[in-house]
Ligand binder design. Structure first.
Ligand code: ATP
Ligand code: MG
Length: 333
């Protein structure tokens, strides 16, 4: 039985990468399969950006929920809830901590990137983040996971964990092998300041990303100041090789306007970036500012957002409870 699960961390506001890489696809997928969309607050405390900041975390949970709904996630149809409300996530994550091998975890590039030079100062939670993510997905026996390119490795680990559990506990086919759905032309949106880094909520520089809550002036300013090389736009797609900043802006344009990269490149061939950036800003403002307006409307009634999350948690728990019960029986608890 097909079932979608995906989530985002409530650290800061969602940005254009979250929108183009994931959220936008979540909305469309509601037409195809039942969907469970989670605000993964337990993941948010794994890093400094969300740790020991209870007021900010609570505000970010509501803001991310509002962003989901404003972008088109329908809480009457899809299950929309927050992770910490369904205890089965944490319970299954513990079992998976014992299924996963250190050698597997040591290969995770996100941990290496996020822990940086001082690995010993990273939280243990940041290290075991991928086993919690595997539990998030598998506690619903979800089959499809719409995410950005950066989560591909964690999905592979999830599949490995599912397979090893099934095998070690002699329960063939108990957990499915969930498939990543990496869809669209902007599956890895890069930082506006550095074409080698992905756009992230946790980047210190606000100029590196376009937030879903940015107003028209902020969006235009960030695009105008986005880094590019000194050359004009290329004549063809091959001309983008070795030009990650240029490629990123064209990918963003293509994704936001639902136009092919090729036709955009043909239109702007040989032109300077300034004109292209003005047009891109216009496209971005038209697409994003209505979402921001809708978010503001929703955030004016935080109690209603809390009620939506509570109802969603009850529905999620109904699916997760029998699965965790079976897991406990299989494990011998
Ligand atoms: P953080 O820096 O805190 O990890 P993040 O920006 O990576 O934040 P997440 O909450 O970790 O956001 O990810 C939410 C979803 O957005 C995931 O599906 C992830 O793959 C996707 N995503 C994140 N950044 C990008 C990006 N730059 N381009 C495309 N998709 C992205
Ligand atoms: Mg991330």
């Amino acid at each position: 039985k097909n079932l979608i699960f995906s989530g985002m961390q409530p650290t800061n506001t969602l940005h254009l990468g979250n929108y183009l890489g994931a959220l936008r696809n979540w909305v469309k997928l509601q037409e195809q399969m039942p969907c469970i969309y989670c605000v993964v607050d337990m993941h948010a405390i794994t890093a400094d950006a969300g740790y020991a900041k209870p007021k900010e975390l609570q505000a970010a949970i509501r803001e991310v929920t509002a962003a989901y709904i404003a972008a088109g996630v329908d809480p009457a149809r899809s299950i929309l809830f927050k992770q910490s409300d369904v205890a089965a996530h944490a319970e299954l994550a513990w079992v998976f901590n014992c299924v996963a091998r250190l050698g597997w975890m040591d290969r995770m590039t996100q941990f290496k990137e996020k822990s940086g030079k001082h690995k010993e100062r990273a939280s243990v939670g940041l290290y075991t983040y991928p086993t919690l993510m595997a539990a998030d997905i598998l506690v619903y026996k979800a089959t499809h996971v719409p995410v950005g390119e950066d989560q591909k490795q964690h999905l592979e680990l999830t599949r490995d964990i599912a397979q090893k559990f099934n095998n070690d506990y002699s329960a063939p086919d108990f957990f499915p092998q969930p498939e990543p759905l990496i869809l669209g032309t902007a599956t890895r949106v890069m930082s506006l300041r550095d074409g080698a880094k992905k756009m992230s909520k946790s980047d210190e520089s606000d100029m590196s990303r376009i937030n879903l809550t940015d107003d028209a002036d902020a969006i235009a300013a960030k695009i105008r100041k986005a880094r590019t090389d000194p050359n004009p736009l290329p004549d063809d797609e091959k001309g983008l090789e070795g030009r990650p900043e240029a490629e990123n802006l064209i990918n963003i344009y293509a994704a936001l306007s639902d136009e092919s990269k090729a036709s955009i490149i043909t239109r702007y061939a040989g032109q300077q970036f300034s004109g292209f950036k003005n047009d891109l800003a216009e496209v971005a403002v038209a697409k994003l500012t209505p979402i921001a307006a809708k978010m503001r409307e929703l955030l004016a009634d935080p109690a209603e957002i809390d009620r939506i999350l509570e109802k969603g948690a009850a529905r999620a728990d109904e699916i997760a409870a029998p699965v965790i019960k079976e897991v406990k029986a299989l494990v011998g608890f």
